[in-house]
Design a protein around this ligand. Sequence first.
Ligand SMILES: C[S@@+](CC[C@H](N)C(=O)[O-])C[C@H]1O[C@@H](n2cnc3c(N)ncnc32)[C@H](O)[C@@H]1O
Length: 391
Amino acid sequence: MATTSARLTLPAKLEATLIGGHPWVYRDQVPQGFSAPIGTMVEVRCGKFSAWALWDPSSALALRVYSRIAKPDVNWYRQRVSEAWQLRAGLRLQRTNAFRWIYGEGDGLPGIIVDHYAGLAVVVCDTPACDQIVDALVPLLVEVGGVSGVVRRRRGAAKEDRLERLWGAEPPATLVVEENGLRLRADLVAGQKTGLFLDHRENRATVERVSKDARVLNLFAYSGAFSLYALRGGAREVVSVDVAPGAAEDAAHNVRLNGFDESRHHFEVADVFDYLERARLAGERFDVIVCDPPSFARNNAHLDKALKAYVRVNAAGMKLAAPGALYAGASCTGRVTPHAFKQCLAESARRSQRRMQVVHESGQPVDHPELLGHPEGRYLKFVMGRLLPRA
Ligand SMILES: C[S@@+](CC[C@H](N)C(=O)[O-])C[C@H]1O[C@@H](n2cnc3c(N)ncnc32)[C@H](O)[C@@H]1O
């Protein structure tokens, strides 16, 4: 646990934002000359605001606010871990054992993610400043969640060093989890994110509800999670498209794991843009289309490019819609607001000579809570609409 401490007075212009709940202070907002060891809990003051914040000289995000009451101790951390565990209680009753247990800022533990995969806790940190906090959290994860193991996944590390055992048995590289009663393989080492995209659980259930007898196209399918829900919903055929190595094999494995007829599912290992062009030329049509691309912008400088990419990919996707088809567009780019994303979809519909009636709109599920005052915590958009010919 962070043991050293220091004091710091922040510029008065930050007071309203900090009181409003925003937990970040950037390096260029910190008075010059301040220094402390990485991971120090700094007692910060700013007018009427005071708090304990984690010091991170290694990043542009210099301070992350933890407690507004006292320097965090083991009881404070236990409280955050159990509050987060309780919030997910409903999920655990729904045949789901894969969920985000701690969503950083949203759960009051900035910079720290913990995903729960079938009794194994997978910890990911945004910064080494969190290292001592992770040491404090490990026994609490075991105590509160009764997990059999805790591992840390390091972003950007070579495959052989990516997973570190922190407690319990040596973790398996892959395991099978349950989501709304469907079984999925999660690859904790080679998989994207921590193995699965846990944030679309409810959106996938929405797709299941509209898939009866439909021909379904799942663009940017990864290991086929949306496809499994479509198959369970009674789709007559599902086509999944993704370019990631291993995604096709994982998806085929998942189809078998759930006992679905393999002839109803087809995986195209392809660049989505190439696939869409080929499918258009071949006159392919689908009744339900899901388009869930990767994030298109990491910062504001790339925002314009991201908006154009959303218009382009969704326009190409919409061209494959059968009359009256349902089209679900998703965006995980935090900098693109729900309003801006719908504007992109409107432009895509216009370019594909169709009208879109929005019938369902959502974002993140309960295990990705947004802390009010920290809008950066809300990133996911999911908009489903019916596509009709222009009138
Ligand atoms: C947000 S993830 C999709 C998650 C998936 N829908 C799920 O529910 O598990 C984006 C996916 O897009 C894939 N991808 C990125 N660029 C691609 C491209 N140009 N063509 C095909 N797939 C691509 C990545 O491999 C990744 O699996």
